[in-house]
Write a protein that binds this ligand. Structure first.
Ligand SMILES: *[C@@H]1O[C@H](CO)[C@@H](O)[C@H](O)[C@H]1NC(C)=O
Ligand SMILES: *[C@@H]1O[C@H](CO)[C@@H](O)[C@H](O)[C@H]1NC(C)=O
Ligand SMILES: *[C@@H]1O[C@H](CO)[C@@H](O)[C@H](O)[C@H]1NC(C)=O
Length: 582
């Protein structure tokens, strides 16, 4: 045994041994186990060869010890025992707290990642760039296993482009299990567990990805929504300390400055008190310790009944040292080449979740109640969004306002509210981050996606994260049709078999190609075909330098614009609300 351990450690030092890479053609030979296998630091991972895609899948690979029993509500722990992992199926999702999660097998034991790589590459010689996806879902739902984030198509695109990459998706703890916060938890290491999960996964990748043929010095993080916010927080983590865990980032519909109440441990107090009451831990001397011994079904049910509340990352004085806006201002963050992306109508999906609002007074009451605006600030904000402000653009829907279905369903203020919410929650954060990065001399590219996938009404527009399936080149869109309640879940978003299929495919091809070029070559415009729209860098020095690429289908297609729409309102948000906010 001793000698085999010695051989394993030698191999992991060499860092490049990959066994049984299937032949490019022909597939597995019967009778011989040709499953792809990787020799990691402390054991083996056996995956599955997909002849259909000529790819190796390593699915549900644990990157930390299960956060169960005594490890519940504690930072993730590295695996120190030798392991022989069968990684042929994805396994469980982390417990999540909204409709679309409950369709899938869930467990507390969920700290795994999925690795997808091209087969038939000689990994002894070649080390591939690595793209790591951090899913969104408001820190309440989502999983790397979600087929909407299926890496197969992006990896295939990378091979077709001649820039093969390895794709990874990571799971992390959600809701109360990942983001427990209260007075009792303050001062311990047990805040921001979901972020710490992600970080340990990134350490695991540094330690082990060579064994899969990946280059640990060429890691790009990309994530959508809460995943993008997470990436920003990794850049700011530990006062901007660079742990060498990533080398490029791509933030889709999210940024580290998020307009919301700053999260402090006490912000979660009411929820925490409710959970300990429901689980019989109210009178325990150490309530958190008591919660570690509650059966997961009981605990999960208690957390689940608080799920309507947003669970946010928390300023813990360590991982998150202070307000992200402060860290940004001082330049205390890891500065690496960045792509920022977002959709035009980010706020429309949220505006329609509100009660129907017909008057400005109703709108004002809602904003007053749910934000920290001082009344005079609110007046100025509303003045920047006069009553003709419309998201989506009023020209885009028929019949016209006020007879469009959006207004009929959600009130006369719907389109105005959609503009305000989109800017407040996403678009101002994106513009602010792009400007900040550019001012520090960081290479940054920006995208605005205005494409409306099939299945979304013209009055709802290109809502939050509708660019994701284009980026993943996910044409058949497995995972979009699960019958959940999320606004992003639609049937057949790429109109496969319909009249717009070809145009959607063309845009998905362009989007995924650009990102593969970014992952592999650090530039989304690298090696573009003649006549292809040139991605331009987003530069510091005023709106005329702040250029971004716009994505759409149809006659407008793809073009370059200055990032200066709704300038007055967005600048007001940046100046007065993103500073001092989370
Ligand atoms: C490998 O496992 C041994 C115990 O079997 C442990 O002592 C060691 O720390 C582990 N190494 C790593 C890198 O996890
Ligand atoms: C991605 O989806 C395709 C089509 O459904 C499927 O064949 C493939 O196995 C999936 N890949 C992964 C990694 O799940
Ligand atoms: C979570 O709550 C919803 C209702 O809000 C319910 O339908 C679902 O079954 C609950 N799930 C669990 C695991 O308690």
């Amino acid at each position: 045994m001793k000698s085999s351990i010695a051989i394993f450690s030698l191999l992991s030092l060499a860092g490049s041994f990959v066994e049984a890479v299937p032949a490019p053609q022909g597939g597995p030979i019967s009778g011989i186990d040709t499953s792809p296998k990787a020799y990691i630091k402390n054991g083996t991972v056996t995956g599955r060869y997909s002849p259909e895609w000529n790819q190796d899948f390593f699915l549900g690979v644990p990157y930390a010890k299960p956060p169960t029993g005594d490890r519940r509500f504690r930072p993730p722990q590295f695996i120190t025992e030798k392991q022989h992992i069968q990684a042929k199926q994805t396994g469980n999702w982390c417990y999540g707290y909204r409709g679309d999660q409950w369709e899938y097998p869930q467990s507390e034991d969920c700290l795994t990642l999925n690795i997808v790589r091209p087969s038939g590459v000689n990994y002894n010689i070649k080390k591939l760039p690595v793209a790591v996806f951090i899913h969104g879902g408001g820190f309440l739902i989502g999983s790397a296993h979600d087929q909407r984030y299926n890496m197969t198509f992006l990896v295939k695109q990378s091979v077709d482009e001649g820039h093969p990459i390895i794709g990874i998706g990571i799971n992390y703890r959600l809701g109360g299990l990942g983001w427990i916060a209260s007075r009792q938890v303050a001062g311990t290491q047990n805040l921001n567990l979901g972020l710490k999960d992600q970080r340990v996964a990134l350490h695991w990748i540094q330690e082990n990805i060579r064994a899969f043929g990946g280059d640990p010095n060429k890691v790009t993080l990309f994530g959508a929504s809460a995943g993008a916010l997470s990436i920003g927080l990794h850049q700011l983590a530990y006062n901007g300390r660079n742990d060498g865990l990533f080398h490029q980032v791509m933030l889709l519909s999210g940024a580290p400055t998020f307009f919301g109440t700053p999260g402090f441990p006490e912000t979660g107090q009411a929820r925490y008190d409710y959970i300990i009451t429901q689980t019989g831990c109210l009178d325990a001397t150490d309530s958190l310790e008591c919660l570690r011994h509650v059966p997961i079904e009981t605990l999960n049910a208690a957390i689940n009944s608080t799920s309507g509340q947003y669970t946010a990352p928390t300023i813990d004085g360590n991982f998150i040292t202070g307000l992200p806006s402060e860290g940004l201002k001082r330049g205390r963050f890891v500065k690496v080449p960045t792509v920022m992306a977002g959709t035009t109508d980010e706020g429309a999906g949220y505006a329609r979740m509100l009660t129907k609002y017909d008057t400005e007074a109703q709108l004002r009451t809602w904003l007053q109640a749910t934000t920290l605006f001082k009344p005079n600030m609110l007046d100025t904000l509303l003045s920047h969004y006069d009553s003709s402000t419309s998201i989506p653009d009023a020209a885009n829907f028929t019949p016209p306002y006020p007879n469009d279905q959006g207004t009929i369903n959600h009130g006369l203020q719907y389109h105005r509210m959609a503009a305000i919410l989109g800017d407040l929650w996403f678009i101002a954060g994106k513009r602010n981050y792009a400007q900040k990065l550019a001012s520090f001399g960081v290479p940054v590219w920006s995208v605005r996606s205005r494409v409306v996938p099939n299945g979304y009404a013209d009055w709802s527009g290109s809502v939050h994260t509708t660019d994701v399936n284009f980026i993943f080149n996910n044409l058949e869109a497995p995972g979009y049709d699960i019958g959940g309640t999320g606004v992003r879940v639609v049937q057949n978003p790429m109109d496969i078999g319909g009249p717009k299929e070809a145009e959607f495919k063309q845009l998905a091809d362009f989007a995924s190609k650009s990102f593969v070029r970014f992952f592999a070559k650090g530039d989304p415009a690298h090696g573009r075909a003649p006549g292809e729209v040139h991605w331009v860098k987003y530069k510091h020095g005023g709106a005329s330098k702040a250029n971004q690429i716009v994505w759409d289908i149809g006659p407008g297609g793809v073009y370059i614009e200055q990032d200066n729409f709704r300038q007055a309102g967005i600048q007001h948000i940046i100046d007065h609300f993103l500073q001092g906010s989370f």
